[in-house]
Ligand binder design. Structure first.
Ligand SMILES: [Zn+2]
Length: 62
């Protein structure tokens, strides 16, 4: 159960690259170790802690 929860909550850099490729958008903002939307700590190379934060951040930044 924990593995499923983690998979849903934690994005990784590879997942981000695939999403960006599908959306055909460049990765404009560098990762800094914190979620760009809510400030949670994230893994190296990742900019958001969840898909929800990524979506909300994009809505604010378009
Ligand atoms: Zn977040």
């Amino acid at each position: 159960m924990d593995d499923i929860d983690n998979a849903q909550i934690n994005m990784d850099a590879e997942m981000e690259r695939r999403i960006a490729a599908v959306r055909n958008k460049p990765l404009l903002v560098p990762a800094n170790g914190c979620c760009l939307f809510c400030g949670n700590t994230v893994k190296e190379g990742v900019r958001w802690c969840s898909l929800e934060c990524r979506d909300d951040w994009e809505l604010r930044n378009e």
